[in-house]
Ligand binder design. Sequence first.
Ligand SMILES: [Zn+2]
Length: 288
Amino acid sequence: MDNAGIPGKPPETSVPPIDDIPEALRDTPKIKRRRRFKPILLLGGLLGLGAIALLVGIFLPRPTPQSSASTSQPNPTQTSPTPTATPQATIFGHFAYPEAPASELQPISFNGRLKMRKAAAKQFQAMVAAARASGVNIVPISGFRSIDEQKHLFFDTKAQRGQSASERAKVSAPPGYSEHHTGYAVDIGDGNVPATNLSPRFENTAAFKWLVKNAPYYSFEISFPKNNPQGVSYEPWHWRFVGDSHSLETFYKAKNSENTQQSELTNPSPVPTLQFSVPSPSYPVPSP
Ligand SMILES: [Zn+2]
């Protein structure tokens, strides 16, 4: 109680250090305080940074996870659509072709049944006339063909012959995939040797030999030469017109996009051996 009664002296232990060494005490506590504050600040800063990092981590990564989760699926599909779209555009090596509008078609035969697109028909008739002047009898066997007609040719004939779809596709295009849909393709025979119609033996006729030499002058080319990259059987009778921009784009735009994949598809499995097995039974039926 006495000690407690003296108000001024008892805090010697506590007071003097505060008064005697104020600077040191102030420095050390300041330092200590600074040190204490630093961890606090550091902790706070770390917490703050952590919180920011969390927030940033929460908010920023979300678009990337979302892009990897939800939008990444469209991303591969966006990069793959070009590759995946082209395979969808082919069946058994046949390219998809749109059907020419009836208004664009013009007869190439005397009875008017066989038709081609106007530009192709004009050149075909000029080619027939030039061949005739040389004593060669070129006759059209098949021109424009609708998708419905191709359905009949493909499925009915396939069933009649008991062919598999792949076997049938080697000698006939599935509906929607025939060059004849475009109005630019024509099957050509030798009027002097009708027995060779739609047969590989057509290549021995005067008509074929004349075509090889002269068809390019009329912008016609053979669609399925021997060992063609599409794997379609050799068809010396099947020619197509490529004498204007539309016809050229029709046949080569699809091929250019397919070439990269064709190389991948044809390299592992060489097709030529498959081409010689089927052509003989397909005489009466028009070609792809
Ligand atoms: Zn054909």
